[in-house]
Design a protein around this ligand. Structure first.
Ligand code: F3S
Length: 422
């Protein structure tokens, strides 16, 4: 890989040990994947933030670094709400470690905003063809596909290295020739709302890490594409997809591509199967008995258990973190109702603060709007037995990451379940 004189100096350690280690990571990646140079990035998002996922080894690694980021950089969700961690019953020992992690990132000049939707943050705008180094899989998918920006699937160390150097190796999705669709998916029925998470869950399993081109009957919103991409990144390893006539590259006359060599039709029954199936049983065992609305002794339990027919003892929304519109929809659905079990809604702190009235309307029902974290990276949900989600990504990860059963439903169903209507 070609390095400039300054980059060579950094590699020799003349700009300090931290930057030497960081450029070594980028050069190694560039050599493996055939990059010819480092290119400037506009922003970075660093994953590997929750103490649940990085542990003490991660804290030690971050704490040893001594430099500051060169581009706006934010963090992936942490293991708890940083301002209100007691609310979901987080262990104080875990909280102390999580606070240490966020402080260590802060010393590197990273904005301690913990979200998988950095594209909602003010001052963090993403434009078509911007080069980024982002680390959270749904954010990568959204920026690549819906915004037409360019990022590889960065791991925690490579995103942090890119942030501290302001550069990334020019390979993979940074190159136009690597962004062309390789798998066509035809959806032959009208889709809306949570159908997109279910569609992504099914499609991700089919395509693995290929680049799907969707031919849809309906025109998806940004929120729907967010759910589609997040699910495909979890059930498969999709970092970029196109929706014919909707996503920016398919409308760019200079982005020329052939019909993909593989093609598949996804029909309604494939999607219905996701709504009807459970995501697997985790270590904590079988579904709770019908009528047991709140797990006994579960952290954060409201103690407002009601007798419902639903087997789910907790309901969560906000994977990826909710947008303003999604919060408004939940607030409207909850109007005049009271929850009978734990109902957690995850969003970015900045989005919650900008929509305080909506948050208050939601919380009036007893539901909790939680910032900085999510149902997957936080240990808060681990002692429940069965979680209802409206996210294909959460549906894929909750059983393996949290050890409880997951079921999939629409936002409307989540509200009905949480309020004891089903
Ligand atoms: Fe975000 Fe957590 Fe889902 S990081 S995409 S809410 S698993």
């Amino acid at each position: 890989m070609y390095l400039t004189k300054e980059e060579e100096r950094t590699l020799r350690g003349e700009d300090g040990e931290t930057l030497r280690k960081m450029i070594e990571i980028l050069v190694a990646l560039g050599d493996i994947y055939g990059a010819d140079a480092l290119i400037p990035i506009k922003s970075a998002q660093v994953s590997g933030v929750s103490y649940k996922t990085i542990g003490d080894a991660g804290i030690e690694w971050i704490s040893d670094l001594n430099s500051t980021v060169k581009v706006p950089t934010v963090l992936n969700p942490a293991g708890m709400d940083m301002n209100n961690w007691e609310r979901l019953g987080i262990d104080p020992a875990f909280a102390a470690k999580q606070i240490e992690i966020i402080k260590a990132f802060g010393r590197l000049g990273i904005d301690p905003k913990c979200t998988c939707t950095p594209y909602y943050l003010s001052g963090f705008d993403v434009q078509y063809k911007d080069h980024l180094a982002w680390g959270e899989s749904s954010a990568i998918s959204f920026s690549n596909s819906v915004l037409g920006a360019r990022t590889n699937r960065e791991g925690g160390p490579s995103a942090l290295a890119a942030a501290l150097l302001g550069k990334t190796p020019d390979y993979g999705y940074h190159k136009t020739e690597n962004r062309k669709p390789s798998y066509e998916i035809i959806v032959d029925f009208e889709t809306s709302g949570s159908d997109y998470g279910a569609l992504g869950f099914v499609a991700g399993k089919m395509v693995g890490n290929k680049i799907p081109l969707f031919k849809l009957k309906s025109v998806p919103t940004h929120n729907e594409m967010k759910m589609l991409g997040a699910a495909m990144a979890a059930s498969g390893a999709v970092a970029l997809y196109h929706v014919d006539g909707v996503t920016p590259e398919t409308k760019d006359k200079e982005f020329v591509y052939e019909k993909p060599p593989e093609s598949v039709v996804i029909d309604q029954k494939d999607i219905n199967a996701v709504y009807e199936s459970a995501g697997g049983t985790g270590a904590t065992g079988a579904q709770g008995a019908a009528g047991a609305s709140v797990a006994a002794g579960a952290p954060g339990a409201t103690g407002v258990a009601g007798a419902t027919r639903s087997p789910n003892d907790i309901v969560t929304i906000g994977c990826p973190h909710c947008s303003k519109e999604e919060l408004e929809q939940i607030a409207s659905l909850l109007e005049g109702k009271t929850v009978v079990k734990e109902f957690w809604i995850f969003t970015a702190r900045e989005v919650a603060e900008q929509n305080k009235t909506t948050v208050n309307r939601i919380e009036k029902s007893g539901a909790k709007v939680v910032c900085d974290t999510c149902m997957v990276v936080s240990p808060a949900a681990n002692s429940y037995k069965s979680m209802l989600v409206n996210s294909g990504k959460a549906f894929a990860y909750v059983p393996s990451m949290c050890g409880l059963k997951a079921t999939y439903g629409t936002v409307e169903k989540c509200v009905k379940d949480a309020t004891g209507e089903i």
